[in-house]
Each structure stands twice: as C-alpha cells, then as structure tokens.
Design a protein around this ligand. Structure first.
Ligand code: SAJ
Length: 436
C-alpha cells in the first residue's frame, strides 16, 4: 500500500517543482545528507545513476543503514525528498551538492572520473544563482583546477554568477553519536562570496559551520583528519612488531599510555587498514605533493608499515601453528573470524582480511571464514561458515565483532591468533592464544 501511494504521488508532481537543493550521489554520504537537509525543512532532489536505486528511494526504501526506510518514507511521501536519474531537474534546484566516490586507480592514483562526469552534467544545467559544493574527499586544488574550469566553460563566473565551494563529508557509517547534523561542517569557497553563500546554505541544516579561506584549506582539512589516523595506526603497528621481538605486551603498553589524560590518543595495532577512507586518502595527498617536488616520506612510510601488516600476521599464524600445533601452514585448516574492514559492520572494502586470506592460501592453508555481518566474500570466493572453532587447527581473529563470545572461542579452539586484542588480558595469558 505504502509503495503505491508513494509512487503514484511522485508521478503527479507539478513539472515546475523547484528544489532547495539537489544532492548528486545517493550513497553513504548522499542519503544521510538528503535526510538531514529534508528534516531541516529543505526540499531535496536526490540524483543517482542507478534507476533501480532511484525507484526504491521513491518508494521510501533506504539502502543506507544510517537512514532507515521508516525515516525516509515520510519525507518522500510529503514530497520533501525525490530521487531521479535526470540531471535536467538540476535547473530547478538552488544548490547542488556533489557526494560521489573518489577512488584510486589501479596505479594507486586519484581517480576523479566519476566526479568529473557529474560536474560536466551540472555545467550543462548551470544557471545564475546556483551554489555548487563538492563534498567528495580529494586532493587540494581539485575544486579550483578541475571543477571550476568545467563550470566556467559556460561563460558564467564563480563568485559573480554562481557560487562554488568545497565542504568535506565527515560521515562515519554506523556512528549514532556523531551524525551529519551535529558534526561541524567545514566550508571553503573560491571567493569570499562563495564561502559566505555556502556557509549560509548549511547553517540551519547542520549545527555548526566552520568557514575557511579557500577550497584548498577545506580539501586538506579532510585529508589531515584521515592521514592523522593512518599515521598513528602505523606507529602502533610498528611498535607491535618491535614489542614481539622484545617480548613486551604492546596492548598492555597502549592501555597504560591511554591512562594519560592529556597529550595522548589511543590507536590499536591490527592486521592492516581497510575501508573507503583511511587506506585511500593519503595517496590523494602524496600524489599531488609530487607536483610540487615534495615527497611526503613520513606519510608514505606509514602506508608501507600498514600495508605490511597482513604479511606480518601471516608469519604470526605460521608461528602459532608451528609452536602450538607442531604443524606447518601448509595443509592446516584455518578459520578467519571477522572479514569486514572494522568491527560491527558488514563493509569489506579494502579489508585486510582479504589480503591475509590470499597469503594464507598461498602458503597452502585450507581457509574458511565466519562473519555474522558478511554472508559472502566474493573476493575470496567464500561464504561465511558456522562458527565451530574446534574444527580448525587455528582460528585467526581478524575483525573483532562484539557479538562473538571470545572466552568460549578460546575454550573450544585448538590455537587462536588474536590480531585485535579481542580475547583481552585473559587471552594474552592463555597458552593457546597468540597475539599481535
Ligand atoms: N584501525 C586500526 N587501528 C585503529 C583504528 C582503526 O587498525 O586504532 C583500522 C580499522 O580496523 C579499519 C581502518 O583502520 O580497517 C579504518 O578504520 P577507521 O576507524 O578509521 O574507520 P573508517 O575507515 O570508517 O574511517 C571513518 C572516517 N570518517 C570519515 O572519513 C568521514 C574517519 O575520519 C573516522 O575518524 C572514522 O570513520 C571513525 O572514527 O570511525
């Protein structure tokens, strides 16, 4: 019933309907952004390339966990959100926000093709008064060197005829404390008028807007936030390898350092970096820095340390089997527990588990995995199996989902390699458990 109502209503919209804002990209950024804007009273057009996705959204069906369908449907029913594949509707929107993927190419270089395609579509509909804001994470000067020239090909001038700014997305999927509404929004425009127009747009939709002087400052702000994480994770990953040689418990050391109430922020060692941000963002900056004859050695070294972690973990599994089961990796049955890129979600993008499975297989091990959030891992050609620890020579905890009973796991397993400190201090004292 709801589906028919929603679909029939959106079909009978007046053709001249105008929109306060169009969000280009109905992904993990665009849908929460559309929801936040509509909830603050704006009329939102959500543009996406997928006709199926657009049809589902217009039925009030959300594919984004952070915006459940029951939150989306009323806004669609009231006509406050409409999805479309038609860029022509942009003409009737006052502001245009771009929330599209900025992946790396096979050569690990920035790939802006998706954003450029969208900007060209926007350029073909650009008109006086339009505000255009790029939200996708990218290298400094993208807005000025890539987006601006395409839009000014129309003869319209940024800061005079239309407004152009950068405002980094800061969506943390699954985070219910920090949301699109209450995370401060950094905004930097091509001209002061652009900054002012963009800031004015976001005010009222988000709690705090923080203005910076240029799009470059805003672009680099986002990269700093995420490179900061990658570099500090690399630090503790390097320490974990040193502590293994010095027979020091790195987890105990980090827990102790975290008692310092100021000047320290705790990061955890692990099997490597996954996700769509942290492993990727540093490459956007190091690539651009070379244009200025500058080599971000520190950032690149951190990337090397993090990328080496799956190899280090493979040798840890080999040692555990050797000393714990007098077996070599070859021919052993190994269960990987948790393959998502971080705990309590199902996203496997760039997950280190994929690399570790490949390395263990190459060493001759017979692999299976269990992950309650990931029924199938296409990259490894595997499906999640029941959790039966005793059936394997070794269980490797790669992602520590909170719903697993790790004490029970240690009881039942023959050998456990714990890459996330999931078994805690108890596990670290247990003969059967090997830790990073
Ligand atoms: N990781 C470690 N050790 C740590 C923290 C993370 O090995 O101490 C690993 C994770 O297992 C994962 C990868 O690093 O594989 C990335 O983890 P993350 O916690 O940084 O999570 P992401 O990739 O979802 O990062 C997002 C980012 N949000 C945005 O870019 C808008 C990041 O800025 C957030 O700080 C982060 O979420 C967060 O705090 O959850």
């Amino acid at each position: 019933m709801l589906e028919e109502t929603l679909e029939s209503q959106t079909e009978h919209e007046p053709e001249t309907k105008t929109w306060d804002v169009a969000v280009v990209g109905a992904g993990y950024v665009g849908v929460p952004l559309a929801h936040t804007l509509a909830a603050s009273g704006r009329s939102v057009l959500l543009i996406d390339i997928s006709a199926d996705l657009v049809a589902a959204l217009n039925r009030g069906e959300s594919h984004i966990t952070d915006v459940p369908s029951e939150d989306l449907a009323p806004l669609v029913r009231e006509g406050r959100i409409r999805a479309t594949t038609d860029y022509d509707d942009l003409r009737n929107a006052d502001a245009i926000l771009i929330a599209l993927p900025t992946p790396l190419s096979k050569q690990r270089e920035p790939d802006l093709s998706i954003v450029i395609g969208a900007v060209e579509e926007i350029g073909a509909r650009l008109r006086n008064g339009h505000l255009v804001v790029l939200e996708s994470t990218t290298y400094p000067r993208t807005t000025r060197e890539v987006v601006l020239p395409i839009l000014e090909r129309t003869g319209l001038k940024a800061g005079r005829d239309f407004f152009l700014a950068f405002s980094p997305e800061r969506v943390d999927p699954g985070n219910t404390t920090w949301t699109t509404r209450n995370v401060p929004k950094v905004v930097g425009g091509i001209t002061p008028a652009c900054t002012g127009r963009a800031a004015q747009f976001y005010e009222g939709a988000v709690d705090t807007v923080h203005r910076v002087s240029t799009p470059e400052a805003a672009e680099l702000t986002k990269l700093l936030e995420n490179i900061f994480r990658g570099v500090n994770i690399a630090l503790v990953n390097e320490l974990a390898q040193l502590c293994e040689r010095m027979d020091i418990d790195v987890w105990e050391v980090i827990e102790a350092a975290a008692t310092k109430p100021f000047g320290f922020m705790s990061f955890q060692p692990g099997p490597g970096l996954g996700g769509h941000c942290i492993p990727i963002d540093p490459f956007y900056l190091t690539w651009k820095a070379r244009e200025y004859g500058f080599y971000t050695e520190f950032i690149e070294l951190a990337g090397k340390v993090n990328e080496n972690m799956p190899y280090h973990c493979r040798s840890l599994v080999s040692q555990a089997l050797n000393h714990g089961r007098q077996r070599s990796l070859s021919g052993s049955k190994v269960l990987v527990l948790g393959v998502a890129y971080k705990a309590d979600i199902g996203d496997t993008r760039e997950s280190p588990a994929i690399k570790l499975i490949e390395l263990l297989r190459t060493a001759g091990a017979e692999l299976a995995y269990h992950d309650p959030f990931v029924p199938m891992l296409a990259e490894a050609g595997l499906e999640s199996v029941a959790l039966d620890p005793a059936a394997y020579d070794c269980v490797v905890i790669v992602t520590a989902h909170s719903q697993i009973d790790y004490a029970d796991l240690v009881d039942k397993a023959q050998v456990v390699v714990d890459l996330r400190n999931a078994t805690g201090a108890e596990g670290r004292r247990n003969e059967k458990v090997w830790t990073l």
